[in-house]
Design a binder for this molecule. Structure first.
Ligand SMILES: [Zn+2]
Length: 230
């Protein structure tokens, strides 16, 4: 009778403890899922912002190339209108340096185009990941809310049952029992396994085994837990 009662009390106390731990953990878990979703959305949005910047840079390079082309045409026109060798040399230097600028801009534009193509190709994957993140989060949120509601009902139900069971503890053991569960919570009780305390593994004496057999309350002399035979 006492062993069965202690067994049930232990089960209820563990259930309440575990349910409360899960309930306490819920806000942190929700936050982690929110952060995960926010990161996916940020990755997609950052990639798009960066792509816009790169495209604007490409436009700027194109307009610089156009301007350099106009400068070159102007130098070449002026070159044809010159007469002294000294002026020819100076104008040729202008033409050469403008051509160098043009070649450099063309290389930069090609690189920019390749970079933009690569970045553009990655956008659908990032968008898909963000969209999946939204769906995953909605699923998590729904399941977490259901689980939380269920845990609260289970904890409340077990708390009620525990109060009934606690009331059945024989008055002679009441003080000892209450002191131990107050000190150790759900871990204040331990089933006997192979003549040992399952909490600390110490072997129990014949006297203790006898007490437990006779449904007398007994606590482990090593770790102090209330012992019962499951
Ligand atoms: Zn022990």
């Amino acid at each position: 009778m006492l062993n069965a009662l202690l067994h049930e009390i232990h089960r209820l106390r563990k259930l309440i403890r575990d349910a409360k731990a899960e309930i306490d953990k819920a806000p942190k878990l929700l936050k982690a899922h929110q952060t995960k979703l926010a990161n996916l959305q940020k990755a997609a949005s950052d990639a798009k912002d960066e792509l816009k910047k790169r495209k604007a840079h490409q436009m700027e390079l194109e307009s610089r190339l156009k301007a350099a082309g106009q400068t070159l045409a102007k130098h070449e026109k002026q070159f044809n209108e010159l007469s002294s060798p000294k002026e020819f040399a100076a104008k040729q230097a202008d033409i050469d340096s403008t051509k160098t600028v043009i070649a450099q801009l063309e290389t930069e534009i090609l690189e920019a185009i390749t970079d933009i193509e690569e970045r553009t190709a990655k956008i659908p994957t990032l968008d898909a990941a963000a969209a999946k993140g939204v769906t995953d989060f909605a699923t998590f949120e729904k399941e977490a809310a259901e689980k939380l509601a269920r845990l609260k009902v289970e904890a409340a139900d077990a708390t009620k049952k525990l109060a009934e069971k606690d009331a059945q503890i024989p008055p002679a053991f009441k003080v000892q029992y209450e002191r131990l569960v107050k000190a150790h919570g759900a871990d204040g009780l331990a089933p006997v396994e192979n003549n040992s305390c399952s909490a600390c593994r110490i072997n129990l004496t014949q006297q203790q085994m006898g007490d437990i057999q006779k449904e007398r309350i007994s606590s482990c002399q090593n770790c102090g837990k209330v012992l019962y035979r499951p």
